[in-house]
Design a binder for this molecule. Sequence first.
Ligand code: HEC
Length: 219
Amino acid sequence: MIRVIISILLIGTAVLVGAFCTLGLQGKMMRKPPMELFPDMDRQAKLRPMEPNRFFANGVSSQLAPEGTIARSQPIETADGAVYHFEDSPVNTGRVTGTTNFVQNNPLAINLPLLERGRDRFDIYCSACHGRLGDGNGITKKIGAMPTVANLHDSRIIKMADGEIFNTITYGKSTMGAAGPLVGTEDRWAIIAYLRALQLSHLGSVDDLTPEQAAALKK
Ligand code: HEC
């Protein structure tokens, strides 16, 4: 055993010494040009700011942002008309400003266009696993790719704060991947609004019907 260890140490030292002799130590004078191990790291295909560059018409590497560019800190107009900044806004975080608590309610104004947008996005981004009804029977379950998918009509998820669902969509949860990079902020809230409508549609009873509707049902 001791021989093996000594041989490994000797071979290791030989390799290191060999490497230093061929490549040269920092500060060492050499006649030959130094060997470059990662030339693409030494000379990267990038522009340094404020350097002359012939590619652009004005001859400078730094350019103004294209027209229509939206700043990362662009505030979003909410139901109560308030405008928040990115890092601090419940719209962007799903949390009450200044705390780690999830917001209880969707901060966007709930209206028909939002619900329709939510249905559209839900069918695209969620139904493959959760099913178009949200019952967890999507195609991934049928083909056996994802055996256990949450049923979004579970009372636990019905009771969950909107902000927590926003967090789940944004960052994912165990085997569910993050949809944050795919689905825009407002679309995530639209999905939540639609999900609530979907849940409500399963919670209805005959008592919710108008007398005429109830009569029609009895026929
Ligand atoms: C690739 C499949 C997949 C997709 C797509 C998917 N989910 Fe899920 N989702 C899951 C699985 C699996 C779970 C159960 C995770 C676990 O084990 O806790 C889950 C759990 C959840 C939960 C419950 C989280 C909790 O705290 O228990 C919610 C809410 C949810 N998903 C919403 C959504 C919404 C909304 C979308 C669309 C934006 C979506 N999911 C897209 C697979 C998916």
